[in-house]
Design a protein around this ligand. Structure first.
Ligand SMILES: [Cu+2]
Length: 106
């Protein structure tokens, strides 16, 4: 029982720290990532919000940080956590001109 209480405490402390730090938001209005360059710490997340009027498909093929959100409808937002340090090129699979850079630091 005591062990469970400690566990719950650690979880809630982690959550509130995350909420305080605030996740950086990436917008996609007008088929443009905004901002187009951002820095996060390893293990931190970015929130990708589709505030455009059309679907986007955000993905990255950068080693260690590969992801593919699939089709993201207007109004949707999705968090992506970056696991490895380095430069991550994020693109939209539908619109080749949509590109941004995420710098992940240790
Ligand atoms: Cu797109």
């Amino acid at each position: 029982m005591r062990r469970l209480a400690v566990f719950v405490l650690v979880i809630s402390a982690g959550l509130s720290a995350g909420a305080l730090a605030g996740t950086q938001m990436i917008h996609q209005q007008g088929r443009v990532f905004g901002p187009d360059s951002v820095t996060v710490k390893k293990g931190e997340a970015l929130t990708f919000l589709n505030d455009d009027t059309i679907p986007h498909n955000i993905m990255s093929a950068s080693k260690g940080n590969e992801f593919n959100l699939g089709s993201q409808a207007p109004g949707m937002s999705t968090d992506v956590t970056f696991k490895e340090s380095g430069d991550v090129q994020v693109i939209c699979a539908i619109h080749p001109r949509m590109k941004m850079m995420v710098k992940v630091t240790d």
